[in-house]
Ligand binder design. Structure first.
Ligand code: ADP
Ligand code: MG
Length: 716
């Protein structure tokens, strides 16, 4: 009988020889509770004994990995009381001295006779070769050509060789593993089978065998995630009843959509036409849309989103746009109201009398957030329920209980990674008669396609991969020191003198909007008294009352202000083509996506624009972020850098509550396999929706993406 993973998951590690309660407790600290946990506790790397440098051959000044035996270790204190451990190691070809500062535990760790693998730079000190504070991996007295090195925790008392020993026993006792991929599928991708894969990931005969095993297991991980996503997507398509929107006649998308397009002062880009086409196509169908609109800053997502909302309105439904924060909602409201200024819709109440003879009423766009005063809120709620509001813009307050729509048809979610599972689910319950509204998720932060496939895998994806014409690239510079800063203000003054405008973004203060507002006020005061004296400088932050915010924005838009000092409230929606300078103070505090988004506020007109990142970077990551922004204006490229710097854990982490199922797979390194896993998942699920003929795969999906993990996949 072949082993199933579910069987191993049911066995506590205490089933293994040599694992008593104390050991089990230690293993639990590194997340190993069951035999399956142990089996999927993969080596961090491998030591190839036949391929290590010999001590005799080490080059001074070079980094190398060596496999050695400890001869002798001593500990003492330096004159100023610091711990100093020195160790003499040998590999038969020669000797090496190791010196460890401030690592007193090395005395215990490096007992005479211990085999260790060292990674470090060889130096010469007092005529002898040595390494200072090298990386040390203990491998125990293991034999074999390739030695796996497991993540170990000396604190928890879990050593690499213990794991290796327990895994060996597990593999021996488990025997053959049942394989969820059949022979033809394995052949198609050149995969080894499950049994070989588990064996070779832990105890490979060669580095190639380890790589083959990894590839197979990576695919398994990705496939499980994709199967789950595809199943949910299909389930939704099968069961949910949506709204069939009016998107005709003809190709144009219907009367309102067409009229909106006609009154825009520009033509849609090819990408806008294509993505809008995809959306309208979904909207015209009976099952609910569930689509991601991905596009770089300034790609023109707003008009696409507004067109989708209007498609709802033209069939007599309502549209809602939800932003992650109140301020962003206010900004969207401002921008969209402006875009729809003077726009009218046929008054359907009069249609019956005049046969649709064209009695129009103004399209009604309202803002509803937690800041909306109680009285106004009550009125708006009544109007939403009665259907006299066409479009509503707000935050998740929109889906709080007690908000009823007459008929919610399309929902646009500008999410920027901040929108939760529950919110989306709640929103979907707002349709009329149980119909599920169509949902369009916009992401202003492009995430790499393969990551999107995993993170948003249950959504269809439309990509706006083209910027509107006539943009001049933004030149980005980093003013590291106060000396450089003088040039920043000089440039601001020069641009203002030439009739253009500038933004100054104040330092980010995460903890408190109040503190952030205060700091913005201080910056404003300092600049108006100093570097920017004589200029017309406005101030905008989260605590400015909505009405005043409108006034300030309007003044800036009309060119009555030269400079706008603001917090990140201007992150989206602000659109003043005459603004050509963006100054971001203390830039290293912002993330890549946010900096890119802020920078996108300039470069919107034909004039050359510049962006200044001001201030020192206090960490290497901060430095790398700012350098990336100076180097590139391509959001997708920056997203890749972001992924590199932060690791996929963060991307997944933002969306996923439970533990990451991807133990081996990397959304970066294994991107080609993400695509293939997706393909296979679609094939399998479409041919066998309930996975009846692939029950083992189904069992593993359930097992390894348990309730917690499935949560993040459930977006909407
Ligand atoms: P995004 O939300 O994708 O960052 P916006 O929707 O704010 O981008 O649009 C950015 C700018 O481009 C706005 O000034 C908008 O008016 C303008 N714009 C959008 N589409 C076009 C187009 N097809 N041609 C010219 N300008 C456009
Ligand atoms: Mg936008």
């Amino acid at each position: 009988m072949s082993r199933r993973l579910s069987q191993l998951a049911a066995l506590p590690v205490t089933e293994l020889k040599g694992v008593g309660d104390a050991r089990a407790k230690a293993l639990a600290k590194v997340g190993i509770a069951t035999v399956l946990d142990l089996l999927t506790y993969y080596p961090r790397r491998y030591i190839d004994r036949t391929n290590q440098a010999r001590l005799a051959d080490l080059d001074v000044g070079e980094e190398a990995t060596v496999l050695v035996k400890v001869v002798h270790t001593t500990a003492r204190r330096t004159r100023n009381g610091k711990s100093l451990v020195t160790s003499d190691v040998s590999d038969g070809s020669g000797h090496l001295r190791l010196t460890f500062f401030n690592q007193p535990f090395r005395e215990r760790q490096l007992k005479a006779g211990t085999d260790v693998v060292l990674f470090g730079r060889t130096e010469v000190f007092q005529g002898r070769r040595q390494m200072t504070n090298p990386v040390v991996d203990l491998i125990g007295d293991r034999t074999g050509r390739i030695v796996p090195v497991y993540p170990q925790s000396e604190k928890a008392g879990v050593m690499s060789w213990d794991i290796a020993r327990f895994v060996e026993e597990t593999l021996r006792r488990a025997g053959e593993f049942a394989d969820p991929l059949d022979e033809p599928m394995r052949r198609r991708f050149g995969f080894v089978d499950r049994t070989v894969a588990f064996h070779d990931i832990h105890a490979p005969e060669s580095m190639k065998a380890a790589a083959d095993a990894r590839r197979r297991l990576v695919f398994d991980e990705l496939l499980r995630v994709q199967v789950e996503l595809v199943q949910r997507k299909r389930e939704l398509e099968r069961t949910a009843v949506g709204v069939t929107h009016v998107v005709g006649p003809g190709e144009a998308g219907g009367p309102l959509v067409e009229r909106f397009r006609d009154r825009l002062p520009y033509d849609l880009t090819g990408a806008q036409q294509r993505t809008l086409g995809e959306i309208l196509d979904d909207l015209g169908r009976g099952h609910p849309m569930h689509r991601l609109l991905q596009g770089d800053v300034g790609a023109g997502k707003t008009v696409v989103a507004v067109s989708a909302l209007l498609a709802a309105v033209q069939g007599g439904h309502q549209g809602a746009l939800m932003a992650p924060t109140e301020v962003l909602a206010e900004q969207h409201h401002l921008g969209i109201r402006q875009l729809l200024d003077g726009f009218t819709v046929p008054d359907t109440d009069d249609d019956s009398l005049f046969g649709g003879a064209g009695l129009d009423r103004p399209l009604r766009v309202v803002l509803l957030t937690n800041r909306t005063p109680a009285g106004e809120r009550r009125r708006l709620l009544a109007d939403l329920a009665a259907g006299s509001v066409d479009l509503v813009i707000g935050t998740h307050a929109l889906i709080s209980d007690g908000i009823e729509f007459q008929s919610l048809g399309v929902v646009v979610i500008d999410e920027q990674h901040r929108f939760g599972v529950e919110q989306r689910a709640a929103l979907r319950a707002k349709g009329r008669g149980g119909a599920v509204p169509d949902v369009l998720v916009m992401t202003a932060t492009p995430i790499p396609r393969t990551a999107a496939m995993t993170v948003y895998g249950d959504l269809d994806v439309s990509v706006l991969d083209e910027l509107p014409p006539g943009r001049t690239p933004i030149v980005t510079r980093w003013a590291r020191s106060e000396l450089d800063e003088a040039e920043v203000w000089e440039q601001v003054r020069a641009e203002v003198a030439a009739g253009r405008q500038a933004y100054v973004v104040c330092p980010l203060i995460d903890e408190s909007e109040k503190l952030e507002a205060r700091s913005a006020e201080e910056t404003h005061a300092e600049l108006t008294a100093g570097e920017l004296s004589g200029l017309r400088v406005g101030l905008l932050h989260g605590r400015v009352p909505a009405a005043d915010k409108d006034t300030v924005m309007e003044a800036f838009r009309r060119g009555e202000l030269d400079v706008l000092v603001a917090t990140t409230v201007i992150e989206v929606g602000v659109d003043v083509p005459n603004a050509t300078v963006m100054v971001i103070l203390d830039a290293a505090r912002f993330g890549i996506a946010q900096l890119h988004q802020l920078r996108g506020r300039v470069g919107r007109g034909a004039d050359a624009s510049q962006c200044w990142l001001v201030g020192e970077a206090t960490t290497p990551d901060g430095e790398a972020r700012l350098e990336a922004l100076v180097r590139s204006t391509d959001g997708f490229e920056l997203a890749e850098v972001d992924l590199d710097l932060r690791g996929e854990g963060t991307i997944m982490g933002e969306r996923q509550k439970g533990q990451n199922d991807l133990k081996l797979a990397s959304l970066r390194r294994d991107r080609e396999w993400v695509v293939k896993a997706r393909e296979v998942a679609v094939e399998l699920v479409d041919a066998d929706p309930g996975l009846d003929r692939h029950w083992l795969l189904g069992e593993e999906v359930e097992l390894l993406l348990g309730d917690d993990d499935a949560e993040f996949l459930l977006k909407g």
